[in-house]
Design a protein around this ligand. Structure first.
Ligand SMILES: Cc1cc2nc3c(=O)[nH]c(=O)nc-3n(C[C@H](O)[C@H](O)[C@H](O)COP(=O)(O)OP(=O)(O)OC[C@H]3O[C@@H](n4cnc5c(N)ncnc54)[C@H](O)[C@@H]3O)c2cc1C
Length: 485
């Protein structure tokens, strides 16, 4: 055993109250990657604290030794945020899963970071309330991970991302000190540290408790499935719906590659088409019915070849089954796929999707699209076979080109999955030196020794300079000096 590892294990053994430490290689295998399966690493150790005091003690003990701390929730992140570092310790919060309070009058829930997302709604259901952010991973992904990635989901178009549904956080910073930010008031003095922590990818603090906004269940929900003869027609319908002033609760799209995969996997009897739109509107009885009628008119005007409307909850669940099971179904296309996550202005959807398919043809790779169309959050899935030499690398290169396309259309390199390890290069394209330097300054304020998830989410300026020299995008030198507003 290396001296550094022995020292770290001794420091963890001295933590009071004593905590579970995993150090055996065969048990550490459980933590060697998250859902960004392209990268794996064995950490020095993993610890499973059961409370905030232990988290503080771990961060302080490892901070004294300058050992990196990588926080892990459920490990469903797709950008490598919870990929271990070989010289670091995994701080796994899955044992911190108490729901401390459901306050129906204040419409707030206070929970530990390891609580799975779906359990918040399950706990609030009796009071007629729900927690709106609903990533497709919600049965397992943790509230801490949702906050750290600022997770989105099917219903975020109307109800907002995680950041819009969190009112308070407690977090342990890089010095092991406790920060309590936000609260119940609508505004508060000082800088908005709550917003900074949301989406901070384990770089600024270990989230130890979250106060979440709960919403009343809408009276009526209407769900429609519309088929289109082309992806372009479906994408144009998305803009038409939003342009008409309707804010659907959900507006999802999938293309033929995904529709065919769903049929093979689940035999749902979906309409034969090039694109499907799932539209959900909700609210009071009158409001929902009126919105549904307006959506039906728009879908017809945009050339929908078939529209199905769910008559009850059972039919609604059936319509959603394809979308909810789509990622599992994709395994039937090729052995492996790589899910990209970029964001673009909605109006650019038809053009960008066309260019995404063109890139797929250029690389000779199949791309399927299943995504939050209403948010302009695209998820092109690139299919490959990792057993074939060079295919993984080609899929990664193609993924990078898709993200650059998003930037070129005024979008961003992530809509909800975060940057992690996966998108470090594209951060250099999205931001200028001054902005990257500001990110580092913020990190230093929370984590002066730089022990919290180092090397993730924000690239060093040196790496950007190296990559910038090697990589010219669309004939232009990346990181333009002019702000893109
Ligand atoms: C099948 C599938 C579907 C998905 N669908 C969606 C979707 O619809 N929308 C979406 O947004 N994402 C989706 N994801 C991605 C993923 O589920 C989310 O990013 C989720 O928020 C990660 O939560 P987690 O608990 O698994 O976090 P992890 O993967 O464990 O960690 C993710 C990041 O958060 C940090 N972190 C975790 N816990 C804490 C904490 N307590 N304090 C500080 N930092 C912490 C980690 O260091 C890491 O950087 C999906 C993933 C899969 C596999």
């Amino acid at each position: 055993m290396s001296a550094a590892r022995a020292e770290a294990l001794a420091a963890l053994a001295a933590v009071r109250p004593p905590l579970a430490v995993v150090a055996e290689p065969e048990r550490l295998a459980a933590y060697e990657m998250d859902a960004y399966v392209q990268k794996r690493e064995t950490p020095l150790a993993a610890v499973l604290p059961e409370g905030e005091a232990q988290v503080q003690a771990v961060v302080r003990a490892l901070g004294r030794l300058a050992v990196p701390v990588v926080t892990r929730g459920a490990g469903t992140g797709i950008s490598g945020g919870a990929t271990p570092l070989a010289d670091g310790v995994m701080l796994v919060v899955t044992r911190m899963r108490a729901i401390h309070a459901i306050d129906a009058a204040a419409r707030l829930a206070t929970v530990d970071p390891g609580v799975p997302n779906a359990q918040v709604t399950a706990a609030a259901e009796g009071a007629g309330l729900f927690f709106a952010p609903d990533p497709s991973s919600q049965v397992v992904s943790s509230i801490g991970g949702n906050v750290a990635e600022n997770a989105g989901g099917i219903h975020c178009l109307k109800y907002g991302l995680t950041v819009h549904n969190v009112t308070g956080l407690r977090a342990v910073d890089g010095d092991g000190d406790l920060l309590a930010v936000g609260g119940e008031a609508l505004d508060s003095p000082g800088y908005d540290l709550l917003a900074l922590l949301a989406g901070s990818e384990g770089n600024l603090g270990v989230i130890t408790r979250a106060t979440l906004r709960l919403l009343p269940r809408p009276e009526v929900t209407e769900t429609l499935l519309a088929a289109f003869g082309s992806v372009k027609a479906g994408a144009e319908a998305v803009s038409a719906i939003i342009g008409a002033g309707i804010v659907p609760a959900a507006l999802e799209m999938m293309d033929r590659v995904v529709i065919d995969a769903c049929e093979r996997y689940m035999a749902l009897g979906l309409p034969k088409s090039e694109a499907l739109l799932l539209v959900e509107v909700d609210g009071g009885t009158e409001e929902a019915r009126e919105s549904r009628a307006a959506v039906e008119r728009i879908l017809a005007a945009c050339g929908a070849t078939e529209v199905r409307v769910a008559k009850d909850d059972e039919e609604r669940a059936k319509l959603w089954k394809s979308r909810k099971g789509a990622f599992a179904a994709l395994a039937s296309v090729l052995p492996d796929y790589y899910t990209m996550d970029g964001s673009i202005p909605r109006r650019a959807l038809p053009e960008v999707l066309e260019q995404v398919y063109a890139l797929g043809r250029e690389y000779g790779m199949v791309i399927g699209n299943v995504f939050h169309a209403g948010d302009g959050n695209i998820h092109p899935c690139i299919f490959y076979d990792a057993a074939k030499a060079g295919e993984l690398e080609r899929s990664e290169e193609l993924g990078g080109r898709i993200l650059e396309l998003c930037i070129d259309h005024g979008g961003t390199i992530t809509g909800e999955h975060g940057v992690g390890l996966e998108k470090l290069r594209q951060m250099c394209l999205q931001f200028r030196d001054g902005e990257i330097a500001a990110f580092h300054a913020v990190k230093a304020a929370f984590d002066p020794a730089g022990i919290l998830n180092p090397g993730k989410a924000v690239p060093t300026l040196k790496r950007c300079a190296e990559w910038g020299g090697m990589h010219v995008r669309g004939g232009r030198v990346p990181r333009p000096d002019i702000p893109r507003f």
